[in-house]
Design a protein around this ligand. Structure first.
Ligand code: PRX
Length: 701
């Protein structure tokens, strides 16, 4: 391991520097608190403060036993927490369990006929597909049998899933979990390149995909991506052995079109032989990895956040109960994609562990119109809704009165992924919740496994624009550059850290423990040799403000991660994609505030003298980004410039570029090697914007 670092000195992964989102955070006025809705005081899962007493500092770590007790154990754990090797922690030590048994088998006797998953297809002409706990259990068992017998999948193997939002996605996840195999779900919107890297990094031998899916009424051919992804993985030294293909329409004939070198198995057809087969859930040690979820960091490629079985699952179940207030008889709707962590924890594992009904919606929120979510919620009697500020802003913009036309009965309304501004918050509360539902603004990350910061529906007053206090047992602090806590209510922003471990924390970065330490702990650890977890604060990468009452307001990323519509993109990844375009000498990506999607990336590229077709560069850059990452990373504008603003030592000043793109003050530019560059870029951006409103202008895409 590297030598100890002085506090305030940055690690190789994170440079709290110029271009961070927190630097362009919109500063809205702090709003007064609203009391928790009256009705919840009588019905909520958590109605008194005793939980906070149990989780007070003296309760660490034993208080977390009650999270472990939410699970069904094959062999009970003997120790709640082992912190002897920080920052690699073990939770519920000595226990054995199976995650799929916790989501399925445990409910069969008492609630087997209850709906586990209700699938709402994008087309309103198609009927919902209903899977009771018994039916879901049967499908998962059959697939587990097939995975084991036809694809040789065993405990510990990694399996990559590149699947859209249909029941086959959770079925495949749970079938992997049943065998003790580690699933790695890649968001369906990611490109073949992005999927291929993740296959290679995780060392998956098997890829599970689907022939296609519906998006805005159009058929998306998804299977072709799998073959290209397998080529990318092969180039990186990992040859897939098996490609398993689901069909979007279960009765559809074998998918047509070209095949690749990897042998394909048509799942609907092959599963016929496994009808009614059951597979004993494999008993897994508490700390066995359950899944990988790749997420963007500051440098290099996305990293595989590795989550363990017991700690993750216990935390998922506990926070679904506590914050989203899901009851076993609820109809719960996580309007998000399972391809991201929100869907893993709060569409699949949390709600199913609790035995609730979880809705799986294939489409995007505003298709065919922005009334759709409210039609669905009314028809199905949704009790709890969890979605992103981007979806809320979009639905509000397109049809602000739509929710008022429906009989909605939400009890809790959750938001996640980005800061939500008070205006959008109020619409969610008033129009969607009718002033009766609790709004919870939940802050967390891929790495944290579940929610860390939020109000608790029946107990905490809500403050629009502020995520709220940390959950019981979560020791959050806002630190300055030197590691000193910033006083509450001082109005000064700092770095958000978590001082004590909790069960949902990721275990490590897949096959890269050093990077795990460097990324999340090096920043504030003073003694690398320390065996005391108190010396290892977890560095979140977010900037935050703590109000006098302890409520946390998240300002955004302070590193090179850009949060686009609640999805995390690494600027470095986007920049590497730009550099694949011939003629591009340098690239810098910055976040730009967007009224609907929160932030969007804009790209500055400097072209090499004598570059071929400079006029084509902008569109090529966009195409390269879509090819390497996916449409999700499509920049709002590509600015082709002659020179980058640089320090005398040659470092690109992203802070200055971010200010220019956002039309804000560029601050001190006297340290630049050529301050004149700034004026030139400002003119370039202004001319581009004025020729086409706020949309990208000439020289941009
Ligand atoms: O910047 C924070 C923002 O999303 C980041 C985590 O992104 P990801 O790992 O993709 O997980 C998203 C879903 C959990 C955080 O570092 N973020 C998340 N929730 C909030 C938020 N920013 C403000 N308010 C939130 N409620």
């Amino acid at each position: 391991m590297a030598s100890p670092r002085r506090p305030g000195e940055s690690g190789p992964e994170e440079r709290p520097e110029e271009g961070g989102e927190a630097a362009i955070a919109a500063h809205w006025r702090e709003e007064g608190p609203l009391p928790p809705p009256e009705g919840l005081r009588r019905t909520a899962n958590v109605r008194d403060r005793a939980l906070w007493d149990r989780f007070a500092r003296a309760g660490f770590p034993d208080a977390f036993r009650e999270f472990g007790d939410l699970l069904d154990w094959i062999r009970p754990f003997r120790q709640v927490f082992d912190g002897s090797r920080p920052p690699f922690y073990r939770w519920f030590v000595g226990g054995e369990l199976n995650a799929s048994a916790n989501c399925l088998d445990r409910h069969l006797a008492t609630r087997g006929d209850r709906v586990a998953i209700r699938f709402v297809p994008e087309s309103e002409r198609a009927e919902d597909r209903i899977l009771t706990y018994r039916a879901l259990h049967a499908r998962v068992n059959e697939l587990a049998a097939l995975l084991r017998e036809e694809a040789g999948v065993l405990a510990g193997d990694r399996v990559t899933l590149h699947l859209p939002m249909t029941p086959e996605l959770p079925i495949t996840m749970l079938a992997c979990a049943r065998l003790g195999a580690v699933h790695s779900v890649v968001f369906a919107g990611f490109s073949a390149e992005a999927c291929g890297h993740r296959i290679a990094d995780s060392g998956s031998r098997v890829l599970v995909t689907m022939d296609g899916f519906w998006r805005r009424g159009r058929w998306v051919d998804h299977r072709a991506i799998a073959h290209r992804a397998s080529e990318v993985a092969a180039r990186e030294g990992r040859s897939l052995e098996r490609l398993l293909v689901w069909t979007r329409e279960p009765e559809a004939p074998r998918p047509g079109g070209p095949t690749g070198p990897v042998p394909e198995l048509h799942l609907a057809e092959a599963l016929v032989r496994f009808r009614g087969t059951t597979v004993e859930p494999v008993p897994m040690p508490s700390e066995a990895p359950l899944f990988l979820m790749y997420t963007s960091g500051t440098t290099g490629r996305p990293k595989g956040a590795q989550h363990g079985t017991a700690g993750y699952l216990a935390y998922a179940a506990a926070t679904t109960r506590l914050v989203l207030d899901v009851h076993p008889d609820d109809v719960y709707w996580g309007l998000a994609d399972i391809g991201w962590i929100t869907g893993h924890t709060y569409i699949v594992y949390g709600p199913l562990t609790l035995g609730a009904t979880t809705i799986l919606y294939e489409g995007i929120p505003d298709y065919p119109d922005a009334d759709r979510p409210w039609r669905i919620a009314e028809r199905l009697g949704v009790d709890v809704l969890y979605t992103s500020p981007t979806a809320i802003r979009q639905l509000r913009k397109e049809a602000p009165d739509a929710p008022l036309r429906h009989r909605l009965r939400f009890r809790v309304l959750g938001t996640v992924g980005e800061p939500i501004e008070p205006e959008a918050w109020r619409w969610y509360f008033d129009a969607v919740g009718g002033g009766r539902a609790a709004v919870v603004d939940t802050w967390w990350q891929t790495e944290t496994g579940g929610i860390l910061c939020s109000t608790v529906p029946a107990l905490d007053p809500m403050k629009p624009g502020s995520a709220g206090p940390p959950l019981p047992g979560i020791d959050l602090a806002v630190l300055d550059e030197h590691g000193a806590p910033i006083a509450r209510g001082s109005g000064r922003a700092g770095n958000l850290v978590v001082r004590a471990p909790w069960p949902g924390l990721m275990q490590t970065i897949w096959e890269d423990p050093d990077r795990f330490v460097a990324t999340y702990f090096a920043r504030y650890n003073r003694d690398r040799a320390s065996r005391d977890w108190r010396d290892w604060p977890y560095f979140t990468g977010d900037g935050a403000l703590e109000a006098a009452d302890g409520y946390i307001r998240i300002l955004g990323r302070i590193d090179d991660v850009i949060n686009v519509a609640g999805h995390r993109l690494g600027s470095k990844e986007i920049e590497s994609a730009c550099l694949t375009v011939p003629g591009v000498a340098e690239a810098a990506v910055v976040p730009v505030l967007d009224p609907v999607r929160g932030r969007l990336p804009e790209v500055f590229v400097a072209i090499a003298p004598g570059a071929p077709d400079p006029g084509e560069v902008a569109s090529r850059v966009t195409a390269a980004i879509e090819r390497e990452i996916g449409k999700i990373a499509r920049p709002r504008a590509v600015w082709v410039i002659a020179d980058m603003p640089k320090t005398r030592s040659g470092k690109i000043m992203r802070r200055v570029l971010a200010a220019l793109a956002n039309g804000t003050d560029a601050g001190d530019i006297t340290t630049l090697s050529d301050p004149a560059v700034v004026e030139e870029i400002r003119r370039r951006v202004a001319a581009g914007r004025s020729s086409s409103g706020s949309a990208p202008g000439p020289g941009s895409t």
